[in-house]
Design a protein around this ligand. Structure first.
Ligand SMILES: Cc1ncc(COP(=O)(O)O)c(C=O)c1O
Length: 289
């Protein structure tokens, strides 16, 4: 194990207590809350002072000073992670400036600087993309002043675009203004729209030339108003039992899924060229009750 990134003074005290009891030295990092707005959904923003993550500058400096003399804890890393689905390089520039400032104040040589993840992906056509070249040049500038090793924690940017959720239309229910498309997938299978208002493109599994005159509102079958995926106009005309897919569910799709409403989870299938592997079998009701 390289190190434990800690989030608070109390957590560090516990690590120290356990390390002392076991008579070992534990490498840790401290997560700084750099009070930087990530310009992303507020629900996945983690680097502003009102967010619970990390410690503020004052606490950070206090902890660095205390840990200089600790016998059982070796401070190795400063970590930051200001949020997820970041598509603008400017918050990263601000974050790096804040990190630079605090390193100067702390006068401490961190072996590692952990810059977290957060690199955004495209969920919709023409969506703004993170300018990696600009992020890279901000990092290079930072490295000219600091010779620490960098750690990244990319999540969504590696796997977000790699998966789809296939779902069957159970019912079509027409109202005066729209048609509700009731799917057999619900918010328990894919929680991002209900939890964050996130938008995932929905596409028909088989295209036809007819378009629906009324807009479709794709919803799940769960008794919650937030059990809703997306509203789309000009969608391919659908019939009950047709298949659709919800796009880009590779990150925070399966990992946020649950058995809410006693709903068994779907199976997960990996397709690698022509090789098909079942990663998780479809759950049965008996598996969860
Ligand atoms: C501390 C930390 N690092 C990295 C990540 C990964 O973020 P992303 O998937 O946006 O790259 C997360 C996500 O919650 C996180 O909490």
């Amino acid at each position: 194990m390289l190190l434990i990134n800690s989030e608070s003074e109390s957590e560090i005290k516990i690590i120290e207590k356990i390390a002392k009891k076991k008579n070992v030295v534990v490498n840790i990092g401290i997560r700084l809350n750099p009070n930087t707005d990530a310009n992303t959904l507020k629900q996945i923003s983690t680097g502003k002072k009102e967010n619970k993550f990390g410690v503020d500058e004052k606490t950070f400096l206090k902890l660095v000073s205390i840990l200089r003399t600790s016998k059982n804890i070796k401070l190795k890393c400063l970590s930051v992670h200001i949020g997820s689905q970041i598509t603008d390089h400017k918050p990263y520039e601000k974050m790096l400036k804040a990190v630079d400032k605090i390193i100067n104040k702390a006068k401490f040589n961190f072996e590692y600087i952990d810059l977290g993840g957060g690199m955004g992906i495209s969920y919709e056509k023409n969506q703004k993309k993170l300018n990696y070249k600009k992020y890279k040049s901000a990092i290079e500038k930072f490295l000219r002043r600091n010779n620490s090793k960098l750690i990244f924690e990319p999540g969504r940017s590696i796997i977000g675009n790699t998966a789809i959720l296939i779902s069957r239309v159970i019912y079509l229910k027409e109202s005066s203004k729209k048609i509700f498309v009731i799917l057999d997938a619900g918010m328990n299978d894919m929680m991002r729209p209900a939890l964050y208002g996130a938008k995932h493109q929905i596409l028909p599994a088989f295209k036809n030339k007819k378009k629906s005159k009324k807009s479709y509102e794709f919803v799940g079958p769960i008794c919650e108003t937030t059990d809703k995926f997306l509203s789309v106009s000009n969608f391919n005309k659908l019939k009950e039992r047709d298949l659709i897919f919800i796009s880009d569910v590779g990150a925070y799709g399966s990992s946020l899924s649950s058995n809410y409403n006693i709903r068994p989870k779907p199976s997960e299938i990996l397709i690698n060229k022509s090789k098909v592997t079942i990663l998780k079998k479809r759950q049965k009701l008996e598996d969860i009750i």
